[in-house]
Design a protein around this ligand. Structure first.
Ligand code: ATP
Ligand code: MG
Length: 433
C-alpha cells in the first residue's frame, strides 16, 4: 500500500517514507520535535519552523499524540537523538487524526488500572510493555508448536460446542443449540484421546477451553487457552517428560529470541528451569503443606490441594515440580489407576511454585474399566457413548496432558494477573471488548 521504510531499518542518506503513530510532540519555539512510532521502534523527526511552509505549520498545529501520519524526508546522523539518527521531513500527511482526550497514556508515563487498560485494550497495546507480552506469548506458542512437529505430532482442531462436558459437572456454559442441550467445551480431552488412540497416534491442539468457574481469581479465566498433547503407546512417565521439555523449550526460545521484550518488562535475564523437574508424590505434598504451618486446617489424605497448600509447597520446592501418585478418586474418570495400588492413579500435575500449570496422565484404555470408572464417579456412561463406544474397537494405551498457555506465560514473566497475558480476557465481569 505504501512504499515505507520501517523505523528500525532507517539509515542516513536518501529520501525515505515512514508511517506510524505520533508518540510525542515537543514544541520548543523555533523547533518542533515529533517522535514517530511504528512496530519496530521510535524515530525523532525535527521540524525547523523557519524552513516550513504555512501548510506544514498548520498541519503540525493540529497534530495530537497517537494520530497516524506519513512523513517523507531525509535521515541524518544526530548524536543527541535517541537512536543517533533523525528525520528532516519534507512533507507530512495526516492519515488519521487522534482525539486529543486519550483514555490512557500509551507512553506509560501516566499509569492506568488494569481494568481501564483492558477496556481500551487496543490503545493499551501501543504501550511497549503490553506489546512485548504478546510478542513473547507468540514466541512461546511458536516454539511449542515447532517442538510438537519435531516429535512427530500433528496439529488438530476439536469441536468447542459439545453435548457433554469432559467431566460432566458444573463448570459448563450451556448454549442454545437448535432446541438441543449443548455446552461450550471445557477441554479437548475426550476428542484428542479418540484421535490419538484412534490411529493418528500423536496429536496436539492449541485452542480455547471454557470454564464456568464461579470464582474470580488472578489465575482463572472463563475462556482460557489450552495446549493439549496426546500420544498413543506412551505411558504417563513419558508424557511427563514431554511436558517438562515443552516448558524448557519455551523458556529457552523466549530467552534467546526476545531480549528486547524481556528488557522492556524489566527482566534482565530469564531464569531457565532445569529439567528433569523434581517429582513428589501427592502423599508427600500433603505432608509438606501440613508441616508448613500455613494452612488454616490440616489437609487429609484424599483432599484436593487448596490454593494455600499449592503456595506453601511451591515455596519449599522453589522450582517447577511434578506431583504424582494422586488418589484415584480425585482424578477424572479417564485417568488409569495404578496396577499395583488401584487407590492411586497414573495422573500427574506439573506445578510452577505459584500455581498449577499442567494436568495429565495415562488414560484408561480398557473398555470395562472405563465403564466402571464413569459409574464410580457418578457419571452415566450413556452420556459419553460417542467416547466409550470407540474403546470397543482397539484402543491402545495412551497418555497426554493439558497445559494452560495463559498461566505458562504469566508465570514465566512473573506477572501477578493472568489477564495481563490475554488480549481480551473473559471473566465474570468482562464480556467486551
Ligand atoms: P485449577 O485447579 O488451578 O483451577 P484445574 O485442575 O481445574 O486447575 P485442569 O482441568 O487440570 O485445571 O486444566 C489443565 C490446565 O489448564 C490447568 O493446569 C491450567 O494451567 C489450565 N486451566 C484450567 N482452568 C483454567 C482457567 N479457568 N483459567 C486459566 N487456565 C486454566
Ligand atoms: Mg488440574
Amino acid at each position: 500500500m505504501y512504499d515505507r521504510t520501517l523505523i528500525n531499518s532507517s539509515t542516513p542518506g536518501g529520501t525515505i517514507t515512514v508511517i506510524g503513530w505520533v508518540h510525542e510532540v515537543r514544541d520548543l519555539g523555533g523547533l518542533t520535535f515529533l517522535l514517530l512510532r511504528d512496530r519496530s521502534g521510535i524515530l525523532q523527526a525535527k521540524f525547523e519552523k523557519e524552513n516550513l511552509s504555512q501548510e506544514i505549520l498548520s498541519l503540525l498545529d493540529q497534530l495530537y499524540r497517537e494520530s497516524v501520519v506519513l512523513l517523507t524526508g531525509e535521515i541524518v546522523e544526530e548524536k543527541r537523538a535517541p537512536n543517533g539518527i533523525e528525520l528532516i521531513p519534507k512533507t507530512i500527511e495526516i492519515i488519521s487524526l487522534s482525539d486529543p482526550n486519550l483514555p490512557l497514556d500509551p507512553s506509560g508515563k501516566v499509569t492506568s488500572e488494569l481494568s481501564t487498560r483492558l477496556d481500551k485494550r487496543c490503545i493499551d497495546l501501543r504501550r511497549p510493555e503490553s506489546r512485548s507480552i504478546f510478542e513473547i506469548r507468540s514466541e512461546v506458542q511458536r516454539s511449542i508448536r515447532q517442538h510438537f512437529y519435531d516429535i512427530d505430532c500433528i496439529e488438530i482442531n476439536t469441536p468447542k460446542i459439545v453435548a457433554t462436558g469432559t467431566e460432566g459437572g458444573t463448570d459448563l456454559f450451556p448454549i442454545a443449540y437448535f432446541g438441543k442441550e449443548a455446552f461450550m467445551n471445557q477441554s479437548p480431552q475426550l476428542f484428542k484421546q479418540l484421535v490419538a488412540g484412534g490411529g493418528i497416534e500423536r496429536v496436539f491442539e492449541i485452542g480455547p477451553i471454557f470454564r464456568a468457574e464461579e470464582h474470580n481469581t488472578t489465575r482463572h479465566l472463563n475462556e482460557a487457552t489450552s495446549i493439549d498433547f496426546e500420544a498413543a503407546f506412551i505411558d504417563h512417565e513419558m508424557a511427563m517428560e514431554v511436558a517438562e521439555e515443552v516448558i524448557s523449550i519455551a523458556y529457552h526460545s523466549v530467552s534467546e529470541n526476545c531480549h528486547e521484550q524481556l528488557q522492556m518488562l524489566g527482566i534482565q535475564k530469564l531464569t531457565l528451569p532445569q529439567i528433569p523437574f523434581p517429582r513428589i508424590s501427592y502423599t508427600n505434598a500433603i505432608e509438606i503443606a501440613n508441616e508448613s504451618g500455613d494452612l488454616p486446617e490440616p489437609l487429609n489424605w484424599g483432599d484436593d490441594l487448596s490454593t494455600q497448600a499449592e503456595r506453601s509447597i511451591g515455596d519449599i520446592m522453589n522450582s517447577h515440580y511434578f506431583i504424582t501418585d494422586w488418589p484415584s478418586e480425585i482424578k477424572p474418570f479417564y485417568i488409569q489407576d495404578q496396577d499395583e495400588s488401584p487407590e492411586l492413579s497414573k495422573g500427574f500435575d506439573l506445578m510452577h511454585p505459584s500455581m498449577e500449570l499442567v494436568s495429565g496422565g495415562q488414560r484408561e484404555n480398557r473398555y470395562e474399566f472405563l465403564i466402571n470408572a464413569l459409574e464410580n464417579q457418578g457419571l452415566n456412561p450413556s452420556d459419553f457413548e460417542f467416547y466409550v463406544d470407540m474403546f470397543r474397537y482397539g484402543m491402545p494405551p495412551h497418555s497426554g496432558w493439558g497445559m494452560g498457555a495463559d498461566r505458562l506465560v504469566m508465570s514465566m514473566l512473573q506477572l501477578d494477573n493472568v489477564r495481563e497475558v490475554v488480549l481480551f480476557p473473559r471473566d465474570r465481569n468482562r464480556l467486551a471488548p
